[in-house]
Design a protein around this ligand. Structure first.
Ligand code: SF4
Ligand code: SF4
Length: 71
């Protein structure tokens, strides 16, 4: 499998944590990430050493914040 990189564009993130719960290898976690308007200031971060590039988080984000590229 080609090594892929997960990119999270936090500007539309609503901190729902669906991606965190969907990840089969617990490679995502919500962490504090500065201040931003009306939603809580928790956004997902990828632990790239754990990520297996399955793309489940990409498919499950309701706000299309997550994308996957080849490294
Ligand atoms: S691509 Fe798969 S393993 Fe990587 S962060 Fe997303 S759900 Fe987790
Ligand atoms: S699923 Fe999408 S909107 Fe929800 S926390 Fe993850 S990146 Fe943010």
């Amino acid at each position: 499998m080609a090594k892929t990189k997960i990119i999270i564009d936090c500007k539309n993130c609503i901190s729902c944590s669906i991606c965190v719960q969907a990840c089969p290898v617990s490679a995502l976690e919500l962490s504090l990430f500065g201040k931003s308007g009306k939603y809580p200031n928790m956004f997902p971060e990828v632990m790239s050493d754990k990520c297996i590039g399955c793309g489940i988080c990409v498919k499950n984000c309701p706000m299309d914040c997550i994308s996957q590229t080849e490294e």
